[in-house]
Design a protein around this ligand. Structure first.
Ligand code: EPZ
Length: 422
């Protein structure tokens, strides 16, 4: 099992290029199942979750060619319509093949995702939405067995569907399903995350008729067929946010390239509240973060986009741990997304948890120690803490990091950090 060894205390400076968004690439790779001709993608990051998705699609018979950050996917001859438990248990986002398989082939057998470290994360809204479009869905032996073969022309039927909760992949699954359904679908209380917008933009290039992506009402008018297209994946706002916090915490000056500030309003505002200087160039898509390392604690409350993103909660917890003052961090999206807290306490953090709110009292310094990564963003927050801790921090189980951060140690070391993978 790989681990990271970090010598803390270095200020970060220089430039870092942000990769394509993991959470845009995953649904867009699955959207290839909808097209009769090849979908060509660029800025597809080299990440574990992306490898897993490509392997899943390959097992279904999608012909895939990958060269650096470019991937082309040809779903003209799909043989299997199944995502097995083995695949889904390694990556719950495999659920994103359900909508496309049903829409294009009328049948799908997808394992229910098991539990997850950060919360139960059910997929009931995905299923209810597809049932609202007429799909016959049975849950048997841990699998979602879905079919539209009983429907007129074997096609999903457009409908108006209100989602009880804002769900990112739920919105994405239903948008992809509706793209080939008969008639109009209106998704209400839809997720507005930039990754949902990027998927919609890609589907529109493929011939889909979608309006309203990025608002809470998305209207999709089904078409007969979709074709391949060329699409460049949007930059990863969470990777960008992570490097921005690292620059602020270490008291450095870092320029991020391929970083769209318009996707990070809430994060930029909080960094400025903490006392970091954030300069933005919308023309060049760069964000420069500069700080003297003496930050003020900032209150955080996560909520769906455009509010403060839950995927940045752990990173700002790390910032607050070494900031001046006391701050509250409230997690409203997932019921168990504080696993990084116990690990940070091993480094000397002063955090107390009351339900879904953590009270963080800034401390003078952290002491390096051995800690354990528990989920993707928690792992990132431990790297940030290790960058400022005194002495050596060892992070175990860093396979979590490899799911969402491309070339992490190379990027941090190029900025002057001292991070070794062993
Ligand atoms: C997406 O997960 C992201 N993953 C997550 O990023 C992100 O944290 C999350 O959205 C919230 O922004 C991908 O896009 C691949 P949800 P998703 O459905 O879609 C509940 C990362 O770090 N819910 O928006 O699974 C659910 O339990 C990952 O990159 C239901 O109850 O999240 C949660 O409490 C972690 N029933 C809330 O809604 C459903 O059918 C939001 O979940 C669906 C969701």
């Amino acid at each position: 099992m790989d681990k990271l060894i970090i010598q803390g205390g270095n200020r970060l400076s220089g430039e870092v290029t942000i990769s394509g968004a993991k959470n845009a690439a995953l649904p867009i790779l699955c959207a290839s199942l909808l097209a009769e001709t090849p979908l060509k993608l660029s800025s597809v990051a080299a990440l574990k979750d992306i490898d897993t998705t490509i392997k899943l699609l390959d097992m279904m018979g999608v012909k895939i060619a990958r060269d650096a950050d470019e991937v082309s996917l040809d779903a003209s001859d799909v043989q299997s319509f199944e995502a097995t438990y083995e695949m889904v248990k390694t990556m719950r986002a495999s659920i994103l093949v359900l909508g496309p398989l049903l829409a294009r082939f009328g049948t799908a057998r997808v394992s229910l995702p098991g539990g997850c470290a950060i919360g139960s994360r059910p997929v009931d809204l995905h299923i209810k939405g597809l049932q609202a479009m007429g799909a016959a869905i049975h849950i048997t032996h841990g699998y979602i067995q879905a079919s539209t073969l009983h429907l007129p022309n074997r096609r999903l039927q457009g409908t108006r569907y209100y989602m009880d909760l804002v769900t990112v992949t739920g919105t994405e699954n239903l948008m992809m399903a509706a793209a080939l359904a008969e008639g109009k679908t209106i998704l209400e209380n839809a997720a507005k995350e930039p990754e949902v917008v990027d998927l919609a933009e890609c589907l529109i290039k493929m011939g889909a008729n979608i309006t309203g992506a990025g608002t809470d009402v998305i209207t999709i008018i089904g078409v007969e067929k979709l074709k391949g297209a060329d699409h460049n994946i949007v930059c990863d706002r969470i990777e960008a946010g992570t490097y921005m916090v690292a620059a602020a915490m270490t008291g450095g000056e870092v320029k991020l390239k391929n970083a769209r500030a318009d996707l990070l309003d809430a994060v930029i505002e909080k960094l400025r509240d903490a006392g970091a200087e954030v300069k933005v160039s919308k023309v060049e898509n760069t964000i420069t973060v500069k700080s003297d390392g003496k930050l003020k604690a900032v209150n955080i409350r996560t909520a769906p986009h455009p509010a403060f993103p839950t995927d940045m909660q752990a990173q700002f917890m790390a910032l607050n741990v070494v900031a001046e003052g006391v701050a509250k961090v409230t997690e409203t999206i997932f019921e168990n997304r504080f696993m990084h807290v116990q690990e940070m306490q091993r480094l000397g953090a002063d955090i107390s948890i009351d339900g879904n709110t953590a009270l963080v009292k800034g401390v003078e310094f952290l002491d390096g120690a051995t800690v354990m990564a528990t989920d993707l963003r928690a792992s990132a927050s431990l790297v940030l803490a290790g960058l400022v801790a005194r002495g050596e921090t060892v992070i175990e189980r860093i396979y979590h990091l490899d799911r969402g951060y491309e070339h992490l140690e190379a990027k941090f070391n190029a900025l002057g950090a001292n991070v070794k993978r062993v």
